[in-house]
Design a protein around this ligand. Structure first.
Ligand SMILES: Nc1ncnc2c1ncn2[C@@H]1O[C@H](COP(=O)(O)OP(=O)(O)OP(=O)(O)O)[C@@H](O)[C@H]1O
Ligand SMILES: [Mg+2]
Length: 240
């Protein structure tokens, strides 16, 4: 089943002389269970593509479908509800709410969607545990967490509930390489469990966790291929 479908999607930022063709006539389909990496130079349109896929931005032309629904057909309220229920988003800069604890940040999408506070907290603690944060850390505020811990909270928030589409923009930026690998394993596992995943990364080793790598250049898909040998294979090679 196709979870994400971009059909001839273009996005022009600005207008007139300042117009930037950030994404040009892009087609992309991601099925349930599939984990796709996007690579490309700075400014090639990676974040633009992710924002369109998550309904945070709308295409200038073409269509974005999530679970078969054309996002442009939804009104603001329905689009917001769809984002909370179906889409998990890990932003490059975490985007945690400073006045909420780690557990409250992770629980936010559920609470906004009407889940009771008690149940939301329980699920948030479980999601935080999944990313390696304990109950004590769960009650800390973002400014009491290290960059790596804050990043894990952002990932827990994206994975909480049963999101069918997980989008991550350089989610390992603030993490050391071991923690970064753990986060990718987590995304991989979520895709193996049936989600569709889309990861923006500059790191070929991270792309190695994906089923497929899409390369962007100047707003166009220039290549789609299997990733380099996956991280596990590389590690095995290093050990022997
Ligand atoms: N809101 C905006 N207004 C104007 N131009 C924009 C806007 N957002 C992105 N752009 C331009 O669109 C192009 C694609 O940007 P985008 O952020 O998608 O690239 P990227 O591949 O994510 O880059 P990076 O690796 O640096 O994060 C760039 O030329 C950028 O300057
Ligand atoms: Mg970007």
């Amino acid at each position: 089943m196709t979870v994400l479908h971009l059909k001839g999607v273009s996005r022009v930022h600005g207008s007139g002389e300042n117009a930037v063709n950030a994404l040009i006539d892009t087609d992309l389909q991601i099925a349930a269970g599939e984990f796709v990496a996007i690579m490309g130079p700075s400014g090639s349109g990676k974040s633009t593509l992710l924002n369109l896929a998550g309904g945070l931005d709308a295409p200038t032309s073409g269509e974005v479908l999530v679970e078969g629904i054309v996002l442009a057909s939804l009104n603001k309220k329905k689009l917001a509800a769809m984002r909370r229920r179906s889409v998990g988003y890990v932003f490059q800069d975490y985007n945690l709410v400073p006045s909420l604890t780690a557990a409250e940040n992770a629980a936010l999408p559920l609470e906004l969607d009407g889940t009771g506070t008690g149940k939301a907290r329980k699920l948030a603690l479980a999601a935080l545990e999944e990313v390696g944060l304990d109950a004590k850390q769960a009650d800390r505020f973002p400014d009491e967490l290290s960059g790596g811990q804050a990043q894990r909270v952002a990932i827990a928030r994206a994975l909480i509930g049963d999101r069918r589409l997980v989008l991550a923009d350089e989610p390992t930026g603030a993490l050391d390489s071991t923690t970064g690998e753990e986060v990718l394993k987590l995304l991989r596992r979520r895709c193996d469990a049936g989600a569709a995943g889309l990861l923006v990364t500059h790191d070929a080793r991270h792309a190695g966790w994906a089923d497929r790598v899409v390369f962007l250049r100047d707003g166009r898909v220039v290549d789609t291929s299997a990733p380099l040998p996956d991280a596990e294979t590389l590690l095995e090679g290093a050990e022997s």
